[in-house]
Design a protein around this ligand. Structure first.
Ligand SMILES: [Zn+2]
Length: 51
């Protein structure tokens, strides 16, 4: 028997989960000081490096 949710998740619960997931995705990403594009922490900026 597959795992099926017994109750429909409320809008607030879904929004809270999506907000937490989006926060995880943004960790380790910062704005480049030179060009302003998003870049990975401790990694070369691909926009500055392309020139
Ligand atoms: Zn850059």
């Amino acid at each position: 028997m597959p795992a099926v949710p017994k109750k429909r998740a409320s809008h607030a619960r879904t929004a809270r989960r999506n907000k937490a997931n989006s926060r995880v995705e943004l960790t380790g990403v910062t704005v480049c000081q030179k060009c302003g594009h998003l870049k990975r922490n401790h990694a070369k900026c691909i926009h500055c490096n392309a020139k």
